[in-house]
Design a protein around this ligand. Structure first.
Ligand code: ZN
Ligand code: ZN
Length: 598
């Protein structure tokens, strides 16, 4: 067997040839030869030396084509060639488990001989266009703990395994969210790995405040937002009625982009709060947050052309208002964080989602269809660190987004912790973004088999219990903010108790698994204890029983001990450090809620 590649292959093309060689070595029992041939930058050939030029690939996708004794792999881009390589290997029986090494089962003896082995010949010819063009994962850059060398190294060790997995499962973009506390906007240490794997990098996040340097406040407070009491606020966003403030953020956005002339997309978000970050001065007062925000985004989009700028539909900008008129290089980034995950986004039976979906459709009209959906399927903060699984919701969501014409989706992640807590969601998201026909009912069993070969059947049943618990829990936004309206408390409490019981069944199904299963059981146990604590807390609010509420909070606090016991590399830096911090915030808020009841 021979792999043909050009002498001047690019980084991604060379990597595609290496990956193909590694997979075939495993499956054929010997390494294929490597030869140089005059081939296009987005193609590879297998078998006999190609006699003609490569076939054409779809502009967004790849083609695998059999021509005589040559099997062509051709991408619309070098990265799509890499997608073709993984598609071929998967068709031959390879698998790429989340959090594990690739598996390349040996083909049978009769399949391995000749110029082009029979198994490869049988793959034949096919063309594939992925459902979504941009298939991105996203992380808050602060979760790398880059200022603490040990924590940072632990995260990078995870990334070195995870980035190749992303590429193998068709993820093609990664977006680092910057917050005001960050001193970095990129992880340079990972860039060669991202480049080799054809993963496009995106920057930005909550950077609007950074584009108006806070030092200016001392001399030019008028550039900053005015509060209702007429004082100017050095936090918050800016006063969009001040032309100089708009000029400054445009100029500073250009500076931000200067070191990266190849950046195609910049995410410009305001302060991460529900209200209060926009201006109430006499000129701005009448302007809705959406209009104020759009003025700022327009100023940046004009300065940054041709770079695309993302306007975030989230919290106080979730719903569109009349008067928005985005320039053509401004895209909506729609982030329905507090939606219901029990139901799909287009499920008419779900009151909560119906409102979100209607807002999305109105926004799509305003943006002429230019939209990135930002989803939260692996958001450890939203889900309170609990393990959840909702492959059916993800499948129906992605079909609904696709049917609206959306071709760009992303999913927020939290490093290794997301692999421990949301393996089914991550795999479902990655596979479905590429192929909406991927059978969603099989994700539970498929992921159980990938991760727990020695106890796949029991793990699949356990994942099924996690899915039940998820459906019972996730209809009210942040799991650790169970402040449902008073008339819903009793029903929610019963659902949380039933969810805790489902998680206990999941634990009981997996008494003596592999080390990863032990870690998953510890996290489910934390989930069960947490859900019971939340149910008790609701009961305390219902009966205005302070002592019962205090006991519930103490129980929630004790539950964190179950996460502390989890092996460090499985729970990652988020599970080891960030969860501790968030947990304190959540419980303090619950305490305040309790203090207000009497
Ligand atoms: Zn103003
Ligand atoms: Zn719902």
């Amino acid at each position: 067997m021979t792999i043909f590649a050009p002498g001047d292959a690019g980084v991604v093309q060379s990597h595609a040839a290496d990956e193909l060689a590694q997979g075939l070595t495993g499956m054929l029992g010997r390494a294929p030869q490597r030869r140089i041939a005059p081939i296009d930058r987005c193609a590879l050939a297998l078998g006999a030396r190609p006699g003609a030029s490569a076939p054409r690939a779809p502009s967004d996708g790849y083609t695998i084509e059999l021509a005589g004794d040559t099997l062509w792999l051709v991408g619309g881009s070098a990265r799509q060639l890499l997608d073709a390589v993984y598609a071929l290997l998967r068709r031959l029986g390879a698998s790429f488990p989340l959090g594990g090494a690739p598996r390349f089962p040996l083909l049978s003896q009769g399949e391995r001989g000749t110029v082009l082995p029979e198994a490869l010949r049988r793959v034949g010819s096919l063309s594939f266009t992925p459902a979504f063009t941009r298939r991105a994962l996203v992380s808050d850059i602060m979760t790398w703990h880059y200022a603490e060398p040990d924590h940072f190294q632990a995260h990078l060790a995870h990334d070195r395994e995870f980035v190749p997995w992303m590429a193998r499962r068709a993820i093609n973009a990664f977006f680092y969210i910057r917050h005001t506390v960050d001193s970095r906007y990129r992880i340079e240490e990972l860039e060669p790995l991202m480049e080799r794997n054809g993963v496009e990098l995106e920057y930005g996040g909550h950077i609007l405040q950074q584009l108006l340097p806070r030092e200016l406040f001392a001399h030019s407070p008028e550039l900053f937002p005015q509060a209702t009491d007429a004082t100017r606020n050095p936090r918050g966003n800016l006063c969009v009625s001040q032309p100089r403030a708009l000029e400054l953020i445009g100029a500073n956005a250009r500076e931000y982009l200067r070191p990266h002339p190849d950046t195609r997309r910049l995410h410009i978000w305001g302060a991460d709060v529900f209200a209060g970050a926009w201006c109430q001065c006499a000129d701005c007062r009448e302007l809705a947050p959406q209009i104020q925000y759009m003025r700022a985004v327009e100023a940046i989009a004009q300065a940054a052309r041709p770079v695309e700028v993302a306007y975030l539909g989230y919290h106080d900008t979730l719903e569109p208002v009349a008067g928005l008129d985005p320039p053509d290089n401004v895209w909506l980034e729609w982030a329905p964080r507090e939606r219901c995950y029990r139901h799909a986004i287009d499920d008419r039976d779900c009151e909560r989602n119906a409102r979100y979906f209607a807002s999305l459709r109105r926004y799509l009209d305003i943006f002429a269809g230019r939209c990135h959906v930002f989803e939260y399927y692996a958001d450890a903060i939203l889900f309170g660190g609990l393990s959840v699984a909702m492959p059916r919701t993800i499948a129906r969501d992605l079909r609904a987004y696709h049917a609206l014409g959306i071709r760009s989706v992303s999913c927020l992640t939290f490093g290794a912790f997301s692999l421990l807590a949301y393996p089914v969601n991550l795999v479902a998201f990655a596979d479905l973004c590429a192929d909406l026909e991927a059978p969603s009912p099989q994700f539970l069993a498929g992921v159980a088999d990938e991760r727990h070969q020695s106890c796949a059947a029991r793990s699949a049943l356990a994942y099924g219990e996690v899915e039940k618990a998820t459906r019972l829990t996730l209809d009210y936004g942040d799991v650790m903010r169970p402040y449902v309206p008073a008339h819903q408390r009793a029903a929610k409490r019963r659902e949380l108790e039933a969810a805790a019981t489902a998680l206990r069944r999941a634990c009981a199904l997996s008494p003596d698994g592999d080390p990863l299963m032990v870690a998953e059981v510890q996290l489910w146990d934390y989930g069960a204890a947490t859900l019971d604590g939340l149910a008790e807390f609701l009961a305390a609010l219902e009966t205005t029983d302070r002592a019962r509420g205090e006991a519930a909070i103490a129980r929630l606090s004790a539950a964190l001990g179950l996460v502390r016991a989890i092996q460090a590399d499985f729970k990652g830096t988020w599970g080891a450090f960030d969860l501790e911090r968030f947990h304190q915030i959540w419980l303090a808020r619950m305490q305040r809620e309790l203090d207000q009841t009497r």
